[in-house]
Design a protein around this ligand. Structure first.
Ligand code: GLA
Length: 339
């Protein structure tokens, strides 16, 4: 039996920068999706989503379209075969412990675990992890219909245990940054408002960013000249302000972590949240309430994580501060792997 684990991720800082050629600093978490796989004669893929009690079956050579979790399985099979992986029949069982729609990227966890499991079933060598992340991203964009960037997939596939990963999306340069919290704790709190990337505000923000690039004649929002951006009509000028200031906060966070300055890390989380709320307008009342609850419980900083418009909040708690009820400690875990 082949077994592959793909972790979810928390983005420490650098939100809505990946599709803008900017910087981000995610880490893989110790929760994720496990895919069990074994070869099956006859060229059919039979998949079971154990947590949902649902099944799917389709020919590996012609997956066809479907919705929900089935789109991930069908898309991964199709995209792997399109790169020449000799994948025939397989039996798959999916299970996980990342809450769906919580902003911790259960989707990247699923994509990464599926890829590694299916490559192993096919007896194919693992391609370069950045290429694999791009393949997972095609599954998400072209099969699931969510126009997400590469952040989640690179985090799930390329992070190292105990570390965050600085990603420069203009060049895809990766740098491991030790995440030594020395008694401080990071925890997530679900806002209770479920997000869904294929719908809602996320795709609207991406359309605004394309408009900014068209108006300024640049390839990515991160390339915007701040003065030229100030001349854009609102809300576009605000959107650029968020992206440029968030990129600067990523490097400020790297500096703070390397110096062990966790109070400063907390202030940067707060500043990131304010920018996401006011300039990027990606928050919702439930997320605001969750951020307030964390701060009132003594967090040094708290912010929305992931695409926003719902999902989870990330908070940094000083030593000896009790976590508030419902908060879930997150530890930087290893990248996706066969287990
Ligand atoms: C979601 C997307 C990522 C990224 C974040 C926002 O998690 O999947 O690609 O755009 O939102 O930073």
């Amino acid at each position: 039996m082949i077994r592959a684990f793909g972790p979810g991720r928390v983005n420490l800082i650098g939100e809505h920068t990946d599709y803008n050629g900017g910087l981000a600093l995610p880490f893989a978490i110790d929760r994720g999706v496990t895919v069990e796989a074994e070869p099956l004669a006859g060229g059919e893929i039979r998949a079971e989503a154990r947590d949902l009690g649902e099944r799917d079956a389709f020919p590996a050579a012609a997956p066809g379209r479907a919705g929900g979790w089935r789109a991930f399985v069908r898309g991964t099979v199709a995209e792997l075969r399109a790169t020449g992986v000799p994948l025939e029949g397989a039996r798959l069982a999916l299970s996980g412990d990342v809450p769906l729609g919580s902003g911790l990227s259960s989707s990247a966890a699923l994509e990464a675990a599926l890829c590694l499991a299916l490559l192993a079933v096919a007896g194919a060598a693992e391609p370069d992890r950045t290429e694999l992340a791009k393949l997972c991203s095609r599954v998400e964009n072209d099969w699931v219909g969510a126009e997400t960037g590469l952040l989640d997939q690179l985090a799930s596939l390329c992070c190292e245990a105990g570390s965050a990963l600085r990603i420069d999306f203009a060049t895809l340069a990766l740098e491991t940054v030790p995440l030594d919290l020395g008694g401080w704790r990071l925890a997530t709190l679900d806002s209770g408002a479920e997000h869904e990337h294929a719908a809602g505000g996320y795709n609207a923000r991406r359309a605004e960013c394309r408009e900014i690039c068209d108006r300024l004649g640049i390839a990515h929002v991160s390339r915007a000249d701040p003065d030229a951006a100030d001349g854009l009509p609102e809300p576009l000028a605000r959107r650029v302000r968020h992206v440029l200031s968030e990129n600067a906060r990523v490097d400020a966070m790297v500096t703070a972590l390397r110096a062990g300055d966790l109070p400063q890390a907390g202030r940067l989380l707060d500043a990131s949240h304010a920018s996401l709320r006011d300039d990027y307008e990606a928050s919702v009342p439930e997320v605001e309430a969750a951020v307030r609850a964390c701060k009132e419980a003594g967090a040094a900083g708290a912010r929305m994580v992931g695409g926003g418009f719902g999902g989870s909040v990330l908070a940094l708690f000083p030593p000896a501060t009790a976590l508030l009820g419902g908060a879930c400690p997150v530890l930087p875990g290893p990248a996706a792997a066969l287990v």
